[in-house]
Design a protein around this ligand. Sequence first.
Ligand code: COA
Length: 388
Amino acid sequence: MREVAVIGIGLTKFGELWERSFRDLVAEAGAKAIIDSGVSGKDIDAMYVGSMSSGRFVGQEHVGALVADASGFSHIHIPSTRVEGACASGGLAIRQGYLSVASGANDVVIIGGIEKMNDVGGGFATDTLATAADQEWEAFFGATFPGLYAMIATRHMHQYKTTKKHLAQVAVKNHYNGARNPHAQYRREITLEQAMNATTVAEPLGLMDCSPVSDGAAAVVLCSLDKAKKFAEKPVKIIGSGQASDTLALHARRDITTLDATVFAGKRAYKQANKKPKDIDFAEVHDCFTIAEICAIEDLGFVKKGEGGFAVEKKITTLDGEIPVNTSGGLKAKGHPVGATGVAQIVEATMQLRGEAEKRQVKDARVGLTHNVGGSGATCVVHILEAI
Ligand code: COA
């Protein structure tokens, strides 16, 4: 396997982007990434696109070809492949691009992640997201993702004495970070009281425990490390890439408070990178709901099982804490255009490792981890990146 580096990143603003089309968004992110990387179109060997449900959200399938076309690559007939794994679609697309460069099949690839979720009504968006749950055993009986994660939260609270206040503290932290990210959907801080008193969505989760419905796109250019310096001043190495799967339905898991796909994807990425959780300087984790961040920091080994809520209370995961988590604002405040999320996590990690994260910069950041989950944990992708 060859070593692989991130040489270019691009991101649109996340939010309710009524005036922008699906095509506009992905073209903007792609153009930014290409300009940032220093490559030209003819240098790019292949494209991978993460999108969860463009067919339901904007009525458009066949988005591999559409994104190549919107990016101006149709005339050079670039191979472009869509990758789908629910909310982990972006992370999976990154991994496919990474593997194609590591294997020697390609030298330079571009990966896009895109979702435009606000062009449909809220109910339809919720039903669309629920297609990533088990249709026979979950969605058919009315379970939605807020409902499924509420079950995880209830069990975690019962088993480990995690409180609603712990959940709210995750939201307060991520809104604080999001307020410092110009691309974030919610650039406003919230108080603990606001988080705790917000309207209930699925007990015990309130509005501030949920990621929003978002539009947005992200793009990343990857290159073999030996050629990276030819294009980019500050390439960032991908030193570990792990993926794992689990049962689609939550009830079939051995323990619903542990996402085994996270545990296994994490172990695989740590092993390849030859790193341990204590070597990670910061992490972007999949906080689709506040409880998901608490489970993630446990399952990735940053804290012991059951201590996630207490770790957040002790401010271990704040910007100046021992292991800053979701410096971008996370899915909670930056927004969660599902297919774009995994790619946007790599964008944030790269900014941190290049020292470009401005008001949310982690001091002396050398090694960062990204964690992208599909559904309630049936798919997980973990990447570990290192500054050169
Ligand atoms: N966090 C903070 N504020 C939010 C929010 C969120 N998650 N979602 C909506 N808001 C705000 C809106 O900005 C709006 O504020 P305004 O009145 O000041 O403009 C207000 O709340 C009402 O927004 P609206 O769009 O009507 O909310 P909604 O009730 O339709 O949707 C949720 C709220 C929580 C149901 C929706 O965001 C949701 O479904 N989130 C989960 C998405 C999901 O499941 N993703 C996949 C995860 S696996």
